[in-house]
Each structure stands twice: as C-alpha cells, then as structure tokens.
Design a protein around this ligand. Structure first.
Ligand code: NAG
Ligand code: NAG
Ligand code: NAG
Ligand code: NAG
Ligand code: NAG
Ligand code: NAG
Ligand code: NAG
Length: 490
C-alpha cells in the first residue's frame, strides 16, 4: 500500500483448477485500503487433498481414460455453498471495479488541484506585474479556475458516492465470507474438497483424452504455404447452394479468387454453363461469402463465349477456353473485357480429350500457390494429360510437363504446390483422388483419398491456396471441401 494507490496481489492461480472461486476478504479504511486474501479455500484444498492423492486413472481396452472416486453420502448443503461462492465472487469483482474508480478519481483530483495551484501562481504573478495585461486576460483565467473548481467538486461528489458503494460491498462480502467460513466448518465430510477433486480429475481426464486425440488432429499450415507433404485427407462435402441459374444448369464452375499479394481481398465467382453443357456465357461475382450465400449484390456479366467448365479465376482475372478454339482468354473482371487471347499450342480441342463424364473441358485452368496452370491433352501425347505453367500476364507457356495419365479416364484435376491431383469416380456417391504428378520432381504417384459427393458428376474443381479449400461444381450444386495436408516427414 502506497499513499492513495492500491495494489492488489493476485494469487498464484496455477494452484487452482479451472472454475475455482476465490473469496477476497477486504478491510476498508479511509483513506487507505488494506487487502487480504483469505486462506480458506487454500486451506480446504490442503487438508482435503490427502484422500484422493492416489487416485489413479486407467486406459480401458477401448482407449478411454477413466478413474473412479468415492463420494460420501451427506447432508452438507453443497449447492448453497456454491451459490454463496458465486455471489461472493461477483461481489468482489464489483468491489474491485468500484475501488479502481476511486483510485482513478483520486489521481484526477490531484492533477486538477495542481492545475489550480499553478493557475493561482500565474494570477498572482500577473497581478504583481500587471501593467501589460488586460482585464480580459484575468477574466479568462478566472473562468478557467472556476471550471476547475466545478470539476473537482463534481469528482469529489462522485467519489463519495463510490465510497458508499464500496462500503456496502465490503459489508456484503464480509457477510458472505463469514457464512462460507461457517459452512466450511460444518463440512465434516469434506464434500467441497471432494467436488473440487472430482473437477480436477475430470480436467485431467479431458487433458489425457485431448493429448491422445492430438495425434489425430491435423497440423495447421498457414494460408498459401507449401510447407506440407501434400493432401492426406479431405473433409466431408459442404453444400453451399444451388447455382443461381437453377437446377437445369448442371455444368459449370465456381470458386474463390486467389489474390497473392492482397489475400484480404474477397471475391467469389460462379460460372454455370448454358444447359448445352458447352457455352460459358454468364457469370456472377460476389464481394463476400455472405453476399454469395444470400445471392445479394451480385455483379452479373455476359461474355461471348467461353467453352467448358475449365474456368479459373486468379488475381481479379478470369481465364477460360474461348469457344470453338484452342485459345485461352484472360478476362479483366473489373471491366469484363478480354485483355489477352492466346492459342495454347497443340492443345486438343472440340471435346476431343475432355474429362470422363464431363464434356467440352479440353482445356482446364488451375490456380495454385505459384500462379496459373493449364491442364490439357495433345494429339502428340495421345490424350494423356499435359500440364503447362503459364505466364498469367501474357498467357505464354513457360514450361510443359507430359504425364502418363490418359485424360479422358480421369474425372477432374487440380494443382496444389505444383502437384497435379486427378480424380476418378468410385461410384455415384464417392470420388477418389487417385493420381498425382509432381512438376517439381516430375514424379508420378498413386494415392487414394475418398471424397464423398452429393450427386454423381463433378464438373469442375477449383483450388484456393489461401483457404486450402476445393470449390467443386457438382451437378449444379456449389460444394466446398477442406483439405488436410500431411506434415513434411524429415
Ligand atoms: C501415492 O503413491 C505414491 C507411489 O505409489 C507414494 O509414493 C505416495 O506416498 C502415495 N501418496 C499418498 C498420499 O499416499
Ligand atoms: C504545474 O507547474 C509545474 C511547474 O511549473 C509543472 O511541472 C506541472 O506540470 C504543472 N502542472 C500542471 C497540471 O499543469
Ligand atoms: C449480513 O448478515 C446478517 C445476518 O446473517 C443480516 O442480518 C444482514 O442483513 C446481512 N447484511 C448484508 C449487507 O447482507
Ligand atoms: C477425442 O476423440 C474422440 C473420437 O475420436 C471424441 O469422441 C472425443 O470427444 C475427443 N475428445 C476430445 C477431448 O477432443
Ligand atoms: C478423413 O476424413 C474423414 C472425414 O472428415 C474422417 O472420417 C476420416 O477418419 C479421416 N481419415 C483419416 C485417415 O484421417
Ligand atoms: C495482381 O493484380 C495486381 C493489380 O492488377 C497487380 O498489381 C499484381 O502485380 C498482380 N499480381 C500477380 C502475382 O500477378
Ligand atoms: C510474364 O510476362 C511479363 C510481360 O512480358 C514479364 O514482365 C514477366 O516477367 C513474365 N513473368 C514470368 C514469370 O515469366
């Protein structure tokens, strides 16, 4: 305790299990406040921990942690004590608040008093050497002083009010403390201690289970990061909505734009094809997920025409196969203008090597952490998947990889961290991610990750690196999947 300031010492909370309530016994004496923390709770824990010190848990054959404790039968009013403890806790919190107000006001008053003294000195000085000062200067100073006085009076009266509240709180708290102490002495069977012990044991069981579960919980990878060892599992599908054009529009694509430099930007796009399953004509943009869900504030645009559902969006541009050609288009989404059109050399076109069960997707764009890719086939590759990395500014092909996987036998593909993943149907309700091609190592791989699906055909898959989510267009429904990556094995 130091002059008018009050210092509270916090208990070592670590000693108490979560949820333990502490009683604060306080003796209030103007102008100095003294605080004590009762040892009662501590005492209880001390002298009552003994009977349970050696309760040991066990792991049963199902791997569940368990332990038993003996709870004596008694008429001790546990509930009442607990209620009291809660009330006492609330009261002491209120008390603390009032008390901190008092010290704030006291500090403020000190400053004001000092200001008044300073002003008085100024006035005196001015009066002594008055010649050059006008009447107005004095008036202003006097006004200032009056204002100060008013503030101080106001503060003082608030302080008095506060004092009463504090006083009353103090009485209430002391009353409660007495009752609790009283009840405590009745607690012959150590019910409170047993309760606390049980809570502690429950917490320990929870911890035990959590730590057991931890081995199964997926490791977190930051958005856009490639510091993982690829997909290890996938969540259940989450149906976002039916596309805005309705159930007949079974073909199309949707996704969330990936802005590498400004990941805080949000832009969702939905591009259902016309019902012929070929023409891309209309698309919609939404500036937030909420808008998308509510079909609100949509910007609807028309283009003539794109082909197939291999569309992807990257950094505020849409990339798509231009109708009836092997040309790639880059569309500025702000202006809906085609800014670049370039032929994809040797690409098969005209539904020659589209995906299994999906028409007109000879050219499939993909976005990953490093930018824009295109997945297609050529006559030269005899229909096997060819992957090219594109310059997203010019649509020039920067590098090309040929795989040994026949494109018409896979249902879709996407790229994560330079690794192509291809899917195939297992049955009408399950899809399998079964094939990988790592462009970093030029290695092919087989994996088996089962994706549940709502309807039979997956028309497109778009990956967003910032949220590690697959945006899937499933027979007209917009569906999301979260990806789980495996930690890199060292
Ligand atoms: C609990 O068990 C341990 C080991 O079995 C023993 O060392 C310890 O003294 C026991 N404590 C009590 C309070 O019985
Ligand atoms: C009062 O005057 C003293 C000395 O000139 C100065 O240090 C102090 O900050 C002043 N106080 C206020 C509240 O203006
Ligand atoms: C304190 O307890 C006594 C007796 O239990 C009761 O009469 C009194 O009203 C209580 N005071 C307050 C402020 O709760
Ligand atoms: C641990 O996992 C099991 C099932 O795997 C679950 O039922 C339980 O709630 C989990 N426990 C915790 C503490 O997360
Ligand atoms: C993969 O995820 C599914 C669904 O979330 C879950 O049921 C399954 O246990 C997971 N499999 C593995 C090997 O973690
Ligand atoms: C994304 O677009 C912005 C604005 O047009 C541009 O400044 C930036 O360079 C682009 N980023 C990439 C990686 O292309
Ligand atoms: C893409 O093309 C632009 C314009 O020619 C060039 O400035 C940029 O360096 C190219 N990017 C890559 C990755 O080659």
């Amino acid at each position: 305790v130091e002059q008018t300031h009050v210092y509270l010492t916090s208990l070592d909370m670590g000693k108490f299990s979560h949820g333990t309530k502490l009683l604060v016994k306080a003796i209030f004496k103007e102008p100095i406040f003294y605080f004590y923390l009762t040892a009662s709770i501590k005492k209880l824990v001390y002298h009552l921990t003994q009977p349970f010190a050696n309760v040991t848990g066990s792991l049963n054959d199902k791997g569940v942690c368990q332990c038993s404790v003996y709870l004596p039968d008694t008429t001790f009013p546990v509930q009442k004590v607990e209620m009291l403890q809660i009330t006492a806790y609330t009261l002491s919190e209120k008390f603390d608040r009032e008390l901190s107000k008092v010290s704030q006001y006291t500090a403020a008053i000190e400053i004001y008093e000092q200001k008044i003294r300073n002003l008085t000195i100024k006035v005196e000085h001015m009066e002594k050497t008055s010649v050059s000062y006008t009447e107005l200067d004095f008036q202003l100073l006097k006004l200032e002083i009056t204002e100060m006085e008013r503030l101080v009076t106001q503060l003082k009266s608030t302080l008095v009010g506060s004092n009463e509240i504090v006083e009353q709180l103090y009485v209430e708290i002391r009353n409660l403390t007495l009752i609790v102490n009283d009840l405590e002495s009745l607690d012959k069977n150590n019910i409170l201690a047993i309760r606390r012990e049980i809570v502690a044991l429950q917490n320990r069981l929870k911890e035990c289970e959590t730590s057991r579960n931890q081995t199964n919980t997926p490791t977190y990878f930051p958005p856009g990061s490639c510091g993982h060892g690829g997909i290890v599992n996938i969540s259940q599908p989450y149906v976002v909505q039916l596309n805005w054009r309705g159930f007949p529009f079974k073909y199309g694509a949707w996704g969330r734009d990936f802005f590498p430099q400004t990941p805080q930007n949000d832009l969702y796009w939905v591009a259902p094809l016309n019902t012929d399953g070929r023409l891309l004509e209309y698309y919609r943009l939404y500036n937030s997920y909420d808008d998308l869900l509510l079909f609100k504030n949509a910007r609807e645009k028309r283009i003539v025409y794109g082909e197939g559902s291999g569309t992807a969006v990257y950094n505020n541009s849409m990339y798509y196969n231009i109708y009836n050609s092997r040309d790639m288009g880059k569309l500025d989404l702000n202006t809906n203008t085609l800014t670049v059109r370039k032929t994809l050399p040797d690409a098969a076109m005209g539904n020659r090597f589209s995906y299994a069960g999906v028409g007109w997707q000879d050219i499939d764009f993909a976005v990953d952490e490093s930018g824009l890719w295109v997945i297609y086939s050529t006559e030269d590759s005899t229909g096997n998947i060819v992957i090219s990395k594109l310059n997203e500014t010019t649509l020039d092909v920067l590098h090309t990889w040929k795989t040994k996987q026949y494109k018409p036998s896979v249902s879709n593909a996407f790229i994560i961290c330079g690794v192509l993943y291809a899917t195939r149907p297992v049955n009408t309700r399950k899809e399998e991610i079964f094939y990988t091609f790592n462009t970093n190592t030029e290695q092919e791989g087989k994996i088996s990750i089962i994706m549940d699906k709502m309807l039979e055909t997956i028309q497109s898959i778009n990956y967003n690196p910032s949220d590690h989510t697959l945006y899937v267009y499933n027979d007209g429904y917009q569906v999301k999947y979260n990806l789980i990556f495996q930690p890199v094995l060292h």
